[in-house]
Design a binder for this molecule. Structure first.
Ligand code: PLP
Length: 415
């Protein structure tokens, strides 16, 4: 498979990288766009959209089932992404890389497949207070069916997990720990290494929601020793509708399929059906092929910059933004953990986040407002929601300055 080519020089010129994102070059409401909603979805560089376009123009056919050349070309393009993902997160084998439609789908797969087989009445699933709904609701659903219960690791007011409580919550009944690596609403980077090691001492598997970690730092699933690790393509310069579940091979092999249909079978008769091998056992039906190809191109793009460089640049921008925002009177940052990724949630004294977000949008500044699919976090702080600026490596100091000016205007507007 040809690698996608981008124009990134050896010494990183962040403005040249930014220039590779066509969508960022536009005006919104008559102002140059400032895109600070990367936590929801990142933007796509031209190399990724070109690769998807080229796939549609030259390689498209259904995958895995065709003897004809075009189907094999499509299969090669689609499967090339699996090797890229394996290398990107340092998984041991391709069988451990399951294609899904995103983090939500990946977590549902584990909850339904692993959970239905292994949970029984009285068992406990440990989640944390700072989970995205995608790492709460699937566990609640399977808990309801099996009689298992959710236990919640609380956090302090800085937005850090209270680790003593985590240890206290463990019992013989604990059958799964499911924790977010980086909080989408607070930016907190959780001590997942410690959590995984503690769970393994008690023979309990751990699922990590890595939706906000994989796009922003080097994740090594072997070093972490995670049992399951979930993430989405659209937060890492790839397209929507595609994601990954990493799972340890032994665990995945012991799990029943989640969905039935084409591609996931070995032999079908009306009496009995047998399953395909990993990873296809979990991939029923025609997958989002072009989106899979797009994720491969997204990974090429990130690799050409380097995840260490990305993490460093985003940290620099986080520090710059935190300092600037802290100087604004009446602004309070929600989530002040010691270890943070480039997400800043904040409140403006006496101004509803939605109202503030609307005025910012009029100035071409895209931030997210609301509960960020993490209502328990808002319940912790007893607030309806926050404004959230989530920063990517293709943002710059000017974007942050524009946000600061925008917030000053919001304050003026509301008197
Ligand atoms: N988990 C976290 C931490 C997220 O930030 C998100 C999306 O914002 C999700 C899960 C859900 O991802 P998706 O909607 O791509 O399935």
């Amino acid at each position: 498979m040809p690698e996608t080519t981008t124009d990134i020089p050896t010494k990183i010129n962040w403005e040249e990288i930014r220039a590779q994102f066509p969508v960022l070059q536009q005006e919104v409401n008559g102002k140059k766009l400032v895109y600070l909603d990367n936590g929801a979805s990142s933007q796509m560089p031209k190399s990724v959209s070109d690769r998807i376009d080229a796939y549609h123009k030259n390689e498209h056919a259904n995958v895995h089932r065709g003897i004809h050349s075009l189907s094999q070309k499509a299969t090669d393009a689609f499967e090339a992404t699996r090797s890229k993902v394996r290398d990107f997160i340092n998984a041991v084998s391709l069988e451990e890389i399951i294609y899904t439609t995103g983090t939500t789908d990946s977590i549902n797969l584990v909850a339904q497949s692993y959970g239905r087989k292994n949970f029984k009445a009285g068992d406990e699933i440990l989640v944390s207070e700072m989970e995205h709904h995608a790492n709460i609701v699937p566990w609640q659903m399977i808990a309801e069916e099996t009689g298992a219960k959710l236990k919640v690791i609380p956090m302090n007011d800085e937005g850090e997990l209270i680790m003593d409580k985590f240890y206290e919550l463990f019992s013989d009944k604990t059958k799964m720990v499911a924790v977010v690596h980086v909080s989408n609403a607070l930016g907190t980077i959780n001590p997942v290494e410690e959590i995984i090691a503690a769970a393994h001492k008690r023979n309990v598997p751990v699922l990590i929601d890595g939706a906000q970690a994989v796009p922003h730092s080097k994740v090594d699933v072997q070093a972490l020793d995670a049992d399951f690790y979930a993430f989405s393509a659209h937060k890492m310069c790839g397209p929507t509708g595609f994601g990954i579940l990493y799972g340890k091979k032994d665990l995945l092999n012991a799990m029943p399929p989640y969905r039935g249909g084409g591609d996931m079978i070995d032999k079908v008769t009306f009496e009995k059906t047998t399953w395909n091998d990993l990873p296809h056992k979990f991939e029923a039906g025609t997958p989002p092929i072009s989106a899979g190809v797009g994720l491969g191109a997204g990974i090429d793009f990130l690799n050409q910059i380097g995840m260490e460089a990305i993490a460093e640049r985003e940290h620099e921008l986080l520090e710059y933004a935190t300092e600037k925002l802290n100087q604004i009177e009446g602004l309070k940052i929600v989530g002040t953990a010691d270890k943070k990724a480039s997400v800043i949630s904040f409140l403006l004294d006496g101004i509803h986040p939605t109202d503030a977000g609307t005025i910012l949008d009029q100035q071409g500044i895209a931030v997210r407002t609301g509960h960020h699919c993490a209502q328990p976090i808002m319940q912790h702080y007893e607030i309806p929601g926050t404004l959230r600026a989530s920063i990517s490596f293709y943002n710059n100091e000017e974007d942050i300055d524009r946000l600061v000016e925008g917030i000053e205007l919001v304050k003026e507007f509301f008197g």
